[in-house]
Write a protein that binds this ligand. Structure first.
Ligand SMILES: Nc1nc2c(c(=O)[nH]1)N[C@H]1C(S)=C(S)[C@@H](COP(=O)(O)O)O[C@H]1N2
Ligand SMILES: [Mo]
Length: 387
């Protein structure tokens, strides 16, 4: 409660100096120039391809299941790809009746139930590294801000399952969280997902108890939330209260049905086992366009992010309008993992003052890019100065 009020006050301050901030993001000033001797003039805003109202970024908007905080991706830098906890996106605000002090995690299997207390899980907590979360409904083209990465701490799901009763033949794991009560415009109450045990273990899923080296905040699922690296946020259940081993014929949960289209399922299968893993395909988009002055003229640098996908790649390609071809992104380091995002940059000399639609694709045909193939993350920029 108090945290929210504090965040609001700070955000108010932030908004009141937004004019200056938009001109020159603090962190951009520390960047190496794209060409020796270049001087940073400012940034040019990214737009959606059809104009629409922009929600404020970094502010908790709405309530309960309709709550959202859109992260401001324009501030991401290669040195710091993570979001601060306060600026990390939020999808669904914490239920009001939440008492972490009395929290127990129930582990169920074969009709037996075992309660684990938080102290036990705290003692098993270890670093899980940087992981990105993206909402499957990250569809606002003015910001695509339902995406963030953080450092997480928690307990591997395999360790958690080992604490509970076992059930012969159980292949699937049902993870259930509580949800805010009350009406919603955007969502069906109830949060649970059924995974194959193998999928959870191979993704190195964990129950997060901490985020960015501090206790997990209420809106991010305190005291326990599931993180399945590489999967969409809808599978990353917050406020986890139960984990049950269920049999192979278990029916899909309402949450799985709700997110079937957004996780690229074929229809909405009746059985959990007929759902494809809700993984995030490789995707990329620009987050900032910097304008630099050189003695010989102007140069622009696109700073962007790449995330998701089945294997690390540096084969990113960029295009600036529909008629032109794709060219390799200048500077796209090969990531060591696909669990977090990678920052790429591309130096660009636009041939004319006009509007450009920036699209990325992957040059490696073995990597699936369902959303990029649909031009899902297209961002536009209006250049009015090329001299
Ligand atoms: N209990 C519960 N868990 C939930 C949700 C929810 O509504 N209720 N939303 C899911 C969705 S759709 C997303 S994208 C992520 C968002 O996590 P974040 O708010 O910590 O960023 O939480 C997931 N876990
Ligand atoms: Mo989501």
């Amino acid at each position: 409660m108090t945290t929210e009020r504090r965040v609001r006050r700070r955000d108010f301050l932030k908004l009141s100096c937004a004019g200056a901030a938009a001109l020159l993001p603090a962190r951009a000033a520390a960047l190496q120039p794209p060409v020796p001797g270049a001087r940073l003039l400012g940034t040019v805003p990214l737009e959606s391809s059809t104009p629409r109202p922009k929600p404020p970024l970094g502010l908790l908007l709405g309530e309960r299941l309709d709550a959202r905080l859109f992260a401001d991706l324009s501030t991401i830098a290669r040195e710091r790809p993570t979001m601060s906890t306060e600026q990390f996106f939020v999808r669904t605000a914490a239920p009001e009746l939440l008492d972490p002090d009395r929290w127990r995690l129930s582990l169920g299997a074969g009709g037996r139930d075992l309660a684990v207390d938080l102290a036990t899980l705290d003692a098993l907590t270890a670093d899980q590294g940087q992981c990105l979360l993206e909402c499957a409904g990250n569809t606002d083209p003015t910001n695509f801000g339902l995406l963030s990465t953080a450092e997480w701490q928690g307990v591997p799901i395999s360790t958690v399952l080992d604490l509970g009763p076992s059930a012969r033949g159980s292949q699937r794991v049902l993870v259930t969280g509580i949800d805010p009560l009350g009406p919603s415009r955007t969502s069906v109450p109830g949060a649970s997902w059924i995974f194959s045990r193998d999928d959870l273990v191979s993704a190195r899923a964990f129950l997060a108890t901490r985020m960015n080296d501090a206790s997990l905040p209420r809106h991010h699922g305190a005291p326990l939330r599931l993180i399945v690296p590489g999967w969409y946020g809808c599978a990353c259940i917050k406020w986890v209260s139960r984990i049950d081993l269920v049999d192979d014929g278990a029916t899909a949960t309402p949450q799985m049905n709700e997110f079937a289209a957004r996780t690229h399922q074929e229809g909405a299968p009746a059985l959990a086992r007929d759902y494809a893993p809700a993984v995030v395909d490789l995707a990329a988009m620009p987050v900032r366009v910097e304008k630099w002055r050189l003695p010989s003229g102007l140069v622009y640098r696109i700073v962007g992010i790449m995330w998701g996908g089945s294997k690390p790649t540096s084969a990113l390609q960029i295009r600036f309008h529909a008629g032109s071809g794709f060219v390799p992104v200048n500077d796209c380091p090969l990531p060591t993992t696909t669990r977090t995002l990678t920052v790429w940059t591309h130096v660009w000399r636009p041939p004319a003052a006009q509007r450009y639609d920036i699209v990325l694709r992957c040059g490696d045909p073995s990597i699936r890019t369902r959303r990029l193939d649909l031009y899902f993350y297209t961002r536009s920029v209006t250049i009015d100065d090329v001299a």
